[in-house]
Design a protein around this ligand. Structure first.
Ligand SMILES: CSC[C@@H](O)[C@@H](O)C(=O)COP(=O)(O)O
Length: 387
């Protein structure tokens, strides 16, 4: 099914020069429009406005962005820096940018010139893209096997949050890839899709992917989750992650922590699915994870709003005006708009990755997931994870 879809991201070498082409996720589900980025500032804008979003594909975007800078003769170190810092929470973004920058620098150091180094940078970005697609398949395999154990008898009703499918990945995704596998095995009775205020990645994007897959799904307002648990309608919660700290704390889309508390209270398994590239062993604990604070107008005007002028960007002033969206709150209303929250490992039943499963979620289990040869190889470049 995904084969017929507009690709989420691609690098193209056009006669007029290379470009990074994105499926513009701000316009979904209404239309499948593409956004063509010819330079790094355009790609950084696309990342900040969430035209491309979700941890794994942000890593791919970071990698292609550095390759684009190299191919167009821009300052590669500056490009990697801009991309790595475009958004702070999803560790994959810095990982992708730094990994491709390291490949470029290594090739340049070998003395075969700029063109060769640019070609090596692109090859590394393409490898990252391919590896991410393969990781989706392995997560789907590990995660669906785990769910079959956690929810015996099949016919499961699973609640998810935000969007974690093909739109966040080089392949079929993370948490939603697992749920697509469960669906294809005929074991998914209902997918509960949290709308995910304020930008509605659940209602706009997960529902769009669930419809593509022919899954039985229902969108619910975030505030309705509690009564859904109370009614006994949730057999498992399966979500993604933007960064997993060494202690197993999970940063994910805001609202995830509330779902974990509800799951714990109701004795429902709470499963996190992410590639090992989302684990950040350099971040010791959840309290060290930087949580992105976004513009007030996203809450006061909603996802239809567009940034316009000073104060409209992340951390901007009172809303009800700058984004040109319908008023959801009085003009001048203040808002609290963290993009993510952090769930402690004690509330997480299992972390599923492409390298296996950690359950219970302990620092040792998390370290073990990262100890494979693939991880050692992909993280060998100096200083790649830290900018
Ligand atoms: C697969 S990334 C983890 C997701 O659950 C979610 O937090 C996410 O998509 C990231 O949020 P976004 O702000 O849309 O980039």
């Amino acid at each position: 099914m995904a084969e017929e879809c507009v690709p989420v991201i691609r690098y193209e070498e056009l006669p007029e020069g290379p470009v990074v082409v994105l499926l513009d996720q701000t316009r979904l589900p209404a239309e499948e429009a593409e956004l063509v980025c010819t330079d790094v500032p355009a790609l950084v804008d696309a990342i900040c406005s969430l035209a491309v979003r979700g941890a794994p594909v942000l890593g791919i975007a970071g990698g292609y962005g550095v390759a684009l800078a190299a191919a167009r003769g821009f300052d590669v170190a500056d490009a990697a820096e801009q991309l790595a810092h475009a958004r702070p929470t999803a560790v994959n973004l810095a990982y992708g940018a730094r990994r491709v920058e390291a490949a470029y620098r290594e090739a340049l150091g070998a003395g075969r010139g700029e063109a060769h180094a640019a070609a090596q940078a692109l090859a590394e970005a393409r490898a990252l893209h391919r590896e991410d697609a393969e990781a989706s398949d392995r997560m789907a395999e590990h995660g669906s096997a785990l769910l079959a154990e956690l929810v015996p008898g099949g016919g499961m009703r699973v609640l998810t949050h935000c969007n974690t499918g093909r739109l966040v990945s080089g392949g079929s995704g993370t948490a939603l890839a697992v749920l697509k596998a469960v669906h294809r095995a005929g074991e998914l009775r209902r997918l509960w899709v949290g709308e995910t205020r304020p930008l509605l990645q659940g209602a706009r994007l997960t529902a769009y992917e669930a419809a593509e897959e022919g899954m039985a799904y229902s969108v619910l307002a975030d505030g309705a989750a509690g009564s859904l648990f109370a009614a006994g309608e949730v057999d498992a919660v399966v979500v993604g992650a933007d960064r997993i700290a060494a202690d197993g704390s999970v940063a994910n889309k805001v609202g995830t922590y509330s779902l974990a508390v509800l799951a714990g209270h109701h004795g429902v398994p709470f499963v996190v699915v992410a590639p090992v590239t989302t684990i950040d062993l350099d971040t010791a604990s959840g309290s060290e994870i930087e949580v992105e604070q976004r513009a007030v107008y996203e809450v006061t005007e909603g996802p239809w709003a567009r940034p316009l002028g000073p104060g409209a960007g992340p951390g901007g002033g009172p809303g009800g005006g700058p984004g040109l969206g319908p008023a959801l709150a009085p003009v001048g209303a203040h808002a609290y708009n963290p993009a993510f929250d952090v769930t402690p490992s004690a509330l997480v039943t299992a972390v599923v990755t492409d390298e296996g499963v950690a359950s219970p979620v302990t620092p040792e289990g998390i370290a073990e997931l990262c100890s494979t040869s693939r991880m050692r190889a992909s993280r060998s470049a100096d200083g790649m994870m830290k900018s």
